[in-house]
Design a protein around this ligand. Structure first.
Ligand SMILES: Cc1cc2nc3c(=O)[nH]c(=O)nc-3n(C[C@H](O)[C@H](O)[C@H](O)COP(=O)(O)OP(=O)(O)OC[C@H]3O[C@@H](n4cnc5c(N)ncnc54)[C@H](O)[C@@H]3O)c2cc1C
Length: 342
């Protein structure tokens, strides 16, 4: 069986590793640098704390899967420092963790269990299995495991024929037995060529890194309006909710970055005494503001597409699910349904 995976981000490379593990012949088509778009950067938050039990469960399955990868990589890919959720969403996530049987604790402000660079307001949910995904190490592991199966080419068309599925990339046409579209921001346009609808809405998002003044290691932290976690040694990364108008596609990346920088820097100055409000790094990406957590799979014949939000923490599980579905010719179970956070 020959399979084409379109997109060399964390989802595409995880799928390719899952296929290689099943002895399937695979080629990954990547228009730029593998792990260079939404999967770029040094770290991400790992957490079991989701608003739905099935997502808690999936993240719980991802934890040993990351550990298995860590064994293969020869280095830990997740630092289990814990994740804290405070603010509006903490109650719903605590309820979902309880329903999924996941270890968790709800604590009051000032609890010695909290190791954060600022104070929480109201009760906080502590997710002890959470922490920080070492994106740099994941990238090194995945690119090493996939090796020379990556083809640097922009796929501009996919077409199913009686002989197989045609992939148009650059000036060439390849014919394969199955295709998985994991193209991140490119998924919508490509999936549309085979009649699959995925949400096309994009907005700009930029997160910023700041020097740690004192303390640490801190837990990863999600508040009502921010997410924050350790980045490179001695730095703390913060992303904040900015008004939709300020980061809308039409304003352009520069204006969106300036607006985000002002909001995030003011937040750090006012709320995080352990962090110096001086930007030393930034990471830009596009995302769909309506997706939140979770993912969805779509199939058209021998073409499978996946889209979703906050996918990094699910990557090893997603890769296994997609690889199995390609080989079996079915659509993975819809455990990771995208639904609005209550
Ligand atoms: C700032 C930021 C913070 C985040 N925080 C978290 C977090 O804390 N926890 C978490 O779990 N997730 C987080 N996420 C989300 C997570 O990083 C993404 O969901 C995940 O990396 C998406 O991976 P992907 O493989 O789907 O997409 P990408 O990494 O974007 O990969 C898609 C690839 O497809 C390629 N491509 C697109 N179109 C084509 C084409 N036509 N032909 C060939 N190649 C093509 C692109 O070049 C790209 O490399 C965050 C994301 C960002 C940017």
């Amino acid at each position: 069986m020959r399979v084409a995976v379109v997109g060399g981000g964390v989802v595409g490379l995880s799928t390719a590793v899952g296929l290689v593990d099943r002895d399937v012949e695979v080629a990954v088509y990547e228009r730029g640098t593998p792990m260079g778009e939404r999967s770029a950067g040094e770290t991400r938050i790992f957490r079991l704390a989701h608003a739905y039990p099935e997502l808690v469960d999936l993240a719980a399955r991802a934890r040993p899967a990351f550990e298995a990868w860590s064994g293969r990589a020869g280095a830990p890919l997740v630092d289990h420092v814990g994740t804290v959720v405070s603010g509006d969403d903490a109650g719903a996530r605590a309820a979902a963790m309880a329903a999924a049987g996941a270890d968790h604790e709800v604590v009051e402000p000032g609890s010695p269990v909290l190791r954060l660079p600022g104070a929480v307001v109201g009760p906080a949910l502590v997710d002890p299995a959470g922490g920080v995904i070492r994106v740099d190490r994941v990238a090194a592991f995945l690119t090493g495991a996939v090796g020379d199966r990556v083809r640097r080419a922009h796929v501009h068309g996919i077409e199913e024929t009686a002989d197989g599925v045609r992939i148009r990339a650059g000036d060439t046409v390849d014919v394969v037995d199955a295709v998985v579209i994991c193209a991140g921001a490119g998924t919508s346009a490509l999936a549309a060529t085979v009649g699959l609808y995925t949400p096309p809405l994009l907005e700009h998002h930029v997160r910023f890194s700041f020097p740690v003044r004192a303390g640490g290691p801190f837990q990863s932290w999600i508040t009502s309006a921010t997410y924050q976690h350790a980045s490179t040694p001695g730095t703390w990364t913060v992303g904040a909710q900015v008004t939709r108008a300020a980061v809308a596609w039409e304003v352009g990346p520069e204006a969106a970055e300036n607006a985000s920088r002002a909001v995030v820097t003011a937040y750090v100055a006012e709320n995080l005494p352990a962090i110096e409000p001086r930007v030393v790094g930034r990471l830009y990406c596009t995302h769909d503001p309506d997706l939140g957590d979770g993912f969805r799979f779509l199939r058209q014949g021998r073409i499978l597409a996946v889209y979703g939000g906050n996918l990094f923490k699910f990557a090893p599980v997603l890769g296994t699910m997609l690889a199995r579905a390609v080989v079996d010719g079915d659509t993975p179970e819809a455990t990771g349904q995208l639904r609005p956070v209550p």
